[in-house]
Design a protein around this ligand. Structure first.
Ligand SMILES: *[C@@H]1O[C@H](CO)[C@@H](O)[C@H](O)[C@H]1NC(C)=O
Ligand SMILES: *[C@@H]1O[C@H](CO)[C@@H](O)[C@H](O)[C@H]1NC(C)=O
Ligand SMILES: *[C@@H]1O[C@H](CO)[C@@H](O)[C@H](O)[C@H]1NC(C)=O
Ligand SMILES: *[C@@H]1O[C@H](CO)[C@@H](O)[C@H](O)[C@H]1NC(C)=O
Ligand SMILES: *[C@@H]1O[C@H](CO)[C@@H](O)[C@H](O)[C@H]1NC(C)=O
Ligand SMILES: *[C@@H]1O[C@H](CO)[C@@H](O)[C@H](O)[C@H]1NC(C)=O
Ligand SMILES: *[C@@H]1O[C@H](CO)[C@@H](O)[C@H](O)[C@H]1NC(C)=O
Ligand SMILES: *[C@@H]1O[C@H](CO)[C@@H](O)[C@H](O)[C@H]1NC(C)=O
Length: 254
């Protein structure tokens, strides 16, 4: 991990300059289960970013509050994943999410792609947390049908599971890690259009007296299945090479 704090300026295709404070993982590792980040083949392993000039860890911060963490791919200009452990006193998501004032909207016009959040706004337990998800570094070009269809259903479903089952002494607590696999297809020749989006969670459930976890993923295109299958973290590892909660051997989160 990057040891000392420094500033990185990313010029995104949106013509926007985003100033991002990148710090050591210790500053925002509370968002990872057992404070251990995922292992992702060729990107991140054993807590080390393999190419530190390409991949940047971002402690997503709004009004001096860190709300979640993102690993950002500066070459593909999309996040690898966003992770959070705030679970959310999740209220039903309203349509109040307002893209209109976000820079970059024009890049998505008439492209068939929408601005897909990795960490969904609806999972934030406070207005600040919900607002903080609108940063470009949490956004990928997402097929509109996929976004509003099977992906949206899965997001709502997981939100319910977290609300219902991920309780310990009435505190809701769950770890959520959501990511994208880049492809060589680009939006405006610059932003990689992910081929696959994946989503995972893990939590301790007092009601079940056990750890719960699941993985979902789907292709970022039209005519996908109506529902995403619920898979295990082991299947995610086998099929996509992503070990989301590396310490879970200890925690039976599979
Ligand atoms: C995965 O993560 C664990 C814990 O951080 C580490 O010990 C292990 O070496 C990692 N595996 C790979 C392939 O990087
Ligand atoms: C690391 O990333 C930079 C920037 O994307 C790239 O130019 C370089 O070739 C990469 N290094 C390795 C060893 O892949
Ligand atoms: C930002 O933080 C300050 C100080 O903690 C607080 O007074 C203010 O209400 C916060 N603003 C928002 C928009 O959350
Ligand atoms: C954040 O904290 C710094 C230093 O504590 C302070 O200078 C700055 O005004 C704060 N920003 C906001 C938005 O509260
Ligand atoms: C959603 O909208 C309803 C009615 O418009 C409102 O009462 C409720 O507070 C909103 N919920 C959130 C989370 O903003
Ligand atoms: C959300 O948006 C859909 C379609 O735009 C609309 O049918 C629905 O009534 C909206 N829900 C709320 C709570 O505003
Ligand atoms: C959230 O965003 C809305 C709309 O941009 C803004 O009016 C509000 O002050 C923001 N609140 C916080 C806590 O950031
Ligand atoms: C459940 O909550 C208690 C404190 O209320 C904490 O000590 C304990 O570690 C929690 N259990 C798990 C599995 O997180």
């Amino acid at each position: 991990w990057v040891k000392s704090a420094f500033m990185v300026i990313l010029i995104l295709s949106f013509g926007l300059t985003v100033i991002i404070l990148v710090t050591s993982v210790e500053d925002c590792n509370e968002f990872f289960l057992k404070k251990t980040p995922p292992n992702i083949t060729r990107i991140l392993g054993g807590g080390k970013i393999l190419n530190q000039s390409r991949y940047k860890l971002i402690c997503q911060t709004l009004n001096n509050t860190t709300t979640f963490v993102t690993l950002y791919d500066t070459q593909n200009k999309i996040p690898v994943f966003s992770a959070a452990n705030d679970n959310p006193n999740m209220r039903p998501s309203n349509n109040s999410t307002n893209y209109k004032h976000q820079a970059g909207d024009k890049d998505y016009k008439n492209t068939g792609f929408s601005r897909g959040h990795l960490f969904p706004s609806s999972y934030g337990s406070t207005v600040l947390k919900r607002n903080s998800t609108f940063t470009l570094t949490n956004i990928v070009p997402q097929n509109k049908d996929f976004n509003s269809g099977s992906w949206n259903k899965m997001e709502n479903c997981i939100k319910c599971v977290l609300n219902e089952y991920c309780k310990n002494n009435s505190n809701i607590e769950g770890f959520v890690v959501i990511g994208a696999q880049p492809s060589n297809n680009r939006l405006n020749q610059i932003i990689s259009i992910p081929s696959v989006l994946w989503s995972t969670f893990c939590c301790y459930s007092q009601i079940q007296n056990s750890w719960l976890a699941s993985a979902h993923w789907g292709n970022n295109r039209n005519h996908g299945p109506e529902h995403l299958d619920t898979k295990t973290l082991g299947e995610l590892y086998t099929e996509l090479g992503i070990e989301v909660f590396p310490e879970t051997q200890l925690w039976k989160c599979r």
